[in-house]
Design a protein around this ligand. Structure first.
Ligand code: GAR
Length: 203
């Protein structure tokens, strides 16, 4: 079975969407994959409660308990590796990862970002889109590289920006699309990994 490990920092609605898609679309039967663990850098992340209710293993690696980014990432990698992940999905995980951590999971580390990358990497994406007068906004699923919010784009969804939008109303509209494209992108990647494995075996 291929293990998916999801990293969160807060609400975890994207994580919940992935967990629900995995169940509804029978990923374990169709793709040989399951959500094995949810790990948070914040002990109070709401999403941990949902994961526990679903019977998914959870762990907390508190970044405030580590003296450096390197020390935190080493502890995080240990917690992640305990689940032998085929895929690590950042879902509202609000820590910048070191190049060493990113390299360790190269090709199997994904992120969802609330903008149409390469526009608006970084924080406050919705307010920045409103300030620029953007008429569309959206979200991007991408491979994680050492450069923040860069890496191969796997999926995007666009939504209209409405005249009376606030950062909050726009964020809510974008989030509904995030919940669709993140599970889709993960399922596509897992299916591609499965096909590649079959090809390798038959060559
Ligand atoms: C989502 O909008 C996600 O795209 C964003 O945080 C939110 C988390 O919501 N991620 C980032 O800004 C990463 N830089 P969730 O906890 O409900 O999934």
């Amino acid at each position: 079975m291929k293990n998916i490990v999801i990293l969160i920092s807060g609400t975890g609605s994207n994580m919940a969407a992935i967990v629900q898609a995995a169940r509804q679309q029978k990923w374990s039967e169709r793709l040989g994959a399951r959500v094995a663990a949810v790990i948070s850098n914040r002990p109070d992340a709401k999403g941990l409660l949902f994961a526990r209710e679903q019977g998914i293993a959870t762990a907390v690696v508190d970044h405030t308990a580590h003296a450096s980014r390197e020390a935190f990432d080493a502890a995080l990698a240990q917690a992640v590796d305990a689940h032998r992940p085929a895929l690590v999905a950042l879902a509202g995980f609000m820590r910048v990862l070191t190049p060493g951590f990113v390299a360790r999971y190269a090709g199997r580390l994904l992120n969802i970002h609330p903008s149409l990358l390469p526009a608006f990497a970084g924080l406050h994406t919705h307010q920045r889109a409103l300030d620029e007068g953007c008429k569309v906004a959206g979200a991007t699923v991408h491979q994680v590289t050492a450069q923040l919010d860069h890496g191969q784009i796997l999926a995007q969804a666009a939504v209209p920006v409405l005249p009376d939008d606030t950062a909050e109303t726009l964020a809510a509209r974008v989030l509904t699309q995030e919940h669709l494209i993140y599970p889709q992108a993960i399922a596509r990647l897992l299916a591609a990994q499965q096909e590649a494995a079959v090809r390798d075996r038959t060559q």
